[in-house]
Design a protein around this ligand. Structure first.
Ligand code: NAD
Ligand code: UDP
Length: 319
């Protein structure tokens, strides 16, 4: 049985990855310090003999007994309000955390896949963004703690690949959504759906003309799985190129939820990227991957998930 370590395994994406690797017959070790994650996301796996959970901060030395075939480094605060609240931990997990993972991988002879991000492109001046674009990041702006941590993480991973011959993979993830996102993580989808469910107006930042392209989580996980098993060590964008303005997105959520609330405009956060859309030519050519779930299908599933939360959770999580 192949053994995989997933850091950030109790988070949104990490927990979906745990599910996928369990389904594929792996022994899965999830490691998480629960700073933004939740054991609820993986509690259904606890009874399985091929699942283990380690409560540990990956920015500190990592010890995992036994063999490891793969390490997926997904630990990191991921939403702007999270990484603005804990900027130093964010920088540490993208630097010390990946260094620990890469060191562990050398000892175990494991292949490492890192969760990078479309944020390495910053506020892009090239649209859509291909992997060859180097980005437009403000290192000392509020988002710099996340963007630069991820850029460092890519550089460190590539250095281990080049200088130590380690097997590495880099996925640049574009905005992904689905069940198990936290209602209060500040990202636009849970923010809008939570507000609609609580009967509050939807808080659009700026005039809503900025764009994003949203990928359903199952599509992302499929792309990551294919990349891990491929022999391609350069970065690969995984995302859904179906681009939409935030204003249009808000209107879609209003229609989906049937809320009588309206969109209100709040100030645009500093350095908020004006447009974003993945160029997925590489993923198509190298992995034979493209997204299958339309936004309308994915949003319905995600809305059902948020509706299934108790009233207590809905209001408690809003604090
Ligand atoms: P999340 O906050 O739900 O998950 C992150 C997990 O990492 C949490 O469970 C958290 O407790 C854990 N963690 C954070 N610091 C840790 C540390 N020092 N030690 C151990 N565990 C730690 O966020 P997510 O959306 O699931 O994102 C997962 C990864 O994917 C992140 O690396 C993020 O940067 C990347 N990513 C996500 C998206 C997206 O749209 N969701 C886009 C681009 C990149
Ligand atoms: N946004 C918004 N209202 C909110 C939360 C976010 O209008 O309540 C906007 C935000 O300014 C950005 C877009 O939605 O332009 C996506 O934000 P998110 O935090 O989800 O992701 P990121 O900016 O990291 O792509």
């Amino acid at each position: 049985m192949k053994r995989v370590l997933i850091t950030g395994g109790a988070g949104f994406l990490g927990s979906h990855l745990c599910d996928r690797f369990i389904k594929e017959g792996y022994h899965v070790i999830a490691m998480d310090n629960l700073i933004t994650g939740d054991l609820k996301n993986i509690e259904h796996l606890f009874k399985l003999p091929n699942f283990e959970f380690y409560h540990h901060d990956v920015s500190k030395f990592i010890h995992v007994p036994g063999e490891l075939d793969y390490i997926l480094h997904f630990a990191s605060p991921a939403s702007p309000i999270d990484y603005l609240k804990i900027p130093i931990q964010t920088l540490k997990v993208g630097s010390l955390g990946i260094h620990n993972c890469l060191g562990l991988a050398r000892v175990k002879g494991a292949r490492v896949l890192i969760a990078s991000t479309s944020e390495v492109y910053g506020d892009p001046t090239v649209h859509p963004q291909p992997e060859e674009y180097w980005g437009n990041v403000n290192p000392v702006g509020p988002r710099g703690v996340y963007d630069e941590a991820k850029r460092f993480q890519e550089a460190m991973t590539m250095a281990y690949h080049t200088f130590h011959g380690l097997e590495t993979r880099i996925v640049r993830i574009f905005n992904t959504y689905g069940p198990r996102m936290r209602l209060n993580d500040g990202r636009v989808l849970p923010a809008f759906i939570g507000q609609a469910l609580r009967g509050e107006d939807l808080t659009m930042f700026g005039d809503g003309s900025q764009t994003r392209a949203f990928c359903y989580v199952d599509d992302l996980v499929e792309g990551i799985y294919r990349l891990l098993l491929s022999d391609y060590a350069q970065p690969v964008n995984i995302g859904n190129p179906d681009e939409i303005t935030i204003k249009e997105f808000g209107e879609e959520i209003i229609k989906l939820t049937g809320t009588e609330q309206k969109l209100i405009s709040l100030p645009l956060p500093t350095d908020d990227p004006k447009q974003r859309k993945p160029d997925i030519t590489k993923a198509k050519a190298i992995l034979g991957w493209e997204p299958k779930v339309s936004r309308s299908e994915g949003l319905k599933i995600t809305y059902e998930y948020f509706k299934s939360l108790s009233k207590d959770e809905l209001f408690k999580m809003a604090n």
